[in-house]
Design a protein around this ligand. Structure first.
Ligand SMILES: *Cc1c(COP(=O)(O)O)cnc(C)c1O
Length: 226
């Protein structure tokens, strides 16, 4: 199937749900992103700040850029002027830098807190207690140029559906706990970003509001070409 057909397919699948498609375009050239754009897709995910920064001016201004990869504090400045949502906030230090850059560009940068839900050593993210500490801190409460809109997680790379379902369910419970404790008066705290090409169906069933889909739209990534 073509990129256009894949986009249309996802649009149909998500119709009537509370879930949005983020097309993960990392490693793919701007020509392919433009194809997806022409099929109506506006939200794209990248995992490297420099790659996003290079692609952004080559595509229409109404593209919504989502940072989904681990973000180093010294790279926030590359994407701060235009990024739509930073999904991978995993420390107070990173939140502070985003706030600082937001201030510099006179904007509020929307973010998600990334949680560690997989049982793989390599995955980034907070646990619930660390998130509570971050959200209770004076430093966080003083931030006016970054805003937490929800949570994000990457599940274990496994075919085991029961296992995946448990991880997605855990992230939803984390979302609900934080909503009740810190964001009950904040309508913008509403996003649960979970689900990728291989497991988005389960994620939607567990309440995902954003699926991040790469290979099921653009085909397999060839990292060597970079
Ligand atoms: C690459 C990536 C995805 C998309 O993965 P696919 O399996 O290609 O759909 C989703 N989320 C994150 C954080 C990623 O790095």
């Amino acid at each position: 199937m073509s990129i256009e057909e894949n986009i249309q397919d996802f649009r149909q699948r998500l119709q009537g749900t509370n879930c949005q498609l983020i097309a993960v375009s990392k490693t793919h050239p701007v020509e392919l992103i433009q194809e997806a754009y022409d099929a109506g897709q506006r939200a794209f995910g990248e995992n490297k700040a420099q790659e996003m920064m290079l692609k952004q001016p080559q595509l229409p201004a109404d593209v919504e850029w989502h940072m989904i990869g681990h973000l180093q504090t010294n790279k926030v400045k590359y994407i701060a002027p235009f990024v739509h949502l930073i999904q991978s906030v995993d420390s107070l230090r990173l939140a502070q830098e985003i706030d600082k850059q937001g201030q510099k560009h006179s904007r509020v940068i929307n973010c998600l807190l990334q949680f560690y839900i997989a049982d793989e050593e390599t995955k980034f993210g907070l646990d619930l207690e660390e998130a509570r500490q971050l959200l209770r801190s004076d430093a966080f409460r003083q931030m006016q140029n970054m805003r937490i809109c929800g949570v994000m997680g990457v599940a274990t790379n496994t075919q085991d559906e029961v296992h995946l379902q448990k991880e997605f369910s855990r992230l939803r419970h984390i979302f609900e706990a934080l909503k009740q404790e810190f964001f009950s008066e904040a309508p913008y705290f509403k996003e649960i970003s979970m689900g990728m090409s291989s497991d988005y169906g389960l994620a939607i069933a567990e309440g995902s509001t954003m699926i991040r889909v790469g290979s099921a739209i653009f085909g397999y990534r060839n990292y060597q070409q970079q």
